[in-house]
Design a protein around this ligand. Sequence first.
Ligand code: AP5
Ligand code: MG
Length: 209
Amino acid sequence: MRLMFVGPPGAGKGTQAVRIAARYGIPHISTGDMLREEIKNGTPLGQQAKAYIEAGELVPDDVIIGMVKERISRPDARDGFLLDGFPRTREQAEALDKFTSLDVVININVPDDKLIHRICGRRVCRQCGATYHESMLENLKQCPKCGGELYVRDDDKEEIVRQRIAVYKEKTQPLIEYYTKKGLLEDVVGSGGIDDITEAIVAVLENRK
Ligand code: AP5
Ligand code: MG
């Protein structure tokens, strides 16, 4: 299964992608996670991406397209993958069409006021990468799964989050029409509980098989 999740920052793409990728045994390919890993490792790509991410802007298309093309060509993605956060522009979508095709695009819908609340309370584990909202945690500093240190992403400050949402509306939302025209788009309501949203996504995927 070749899947893609689209939705604004804070829609729950990452939260749901971890669950859906595990259920279907496909790799979860998150361009945001890949870029943060490059930054952590101090690579030239990471150095190039850092300023864009911290300003809430998109990293240039050519950098992202090359990175995803290489990742999708690896053996673990031969029988399917779940793209989270890519494509994000028309150029990226057209480039993807040249090197692979998608079976379905899940559009996760959440109102803006919920997005800000969710992102501004996000904590991520430095060790295992798990994502939480502060309302789920008893201890805001320690991962309940692995004991690793929890941190706040550099781009999760409210003014940057607002900028990311504006960039989403301008550059990424037009892809909803792009994939609707191809007959690939499926809408899922993303404002309920995490388990209910997972079930709704699974129902859509099973229906399309
Ligand atoms: P990226 O890392 O992709 O960030 P994003 O799209 O802004 O989305 P988020 O990761 O913030 O949100 P999410 O939808 O994954 O939500 P999550 O599950 O974490 O990209 C970061 C940056 O990298 C970009 O701004 C750009 O600069 C660059 N970049 C990446 N890809 C690029 C590309 N293709 N082209 C160019 N540049 C690119 O959940 C959020 C919070 O909500 C968490 O606290 C979670 O616990 C909570 N939550 C989740 N679901 C629920 C629920 N149902 N109920 C209550 N709380 C919930
Ligand atoms: Mg994410």
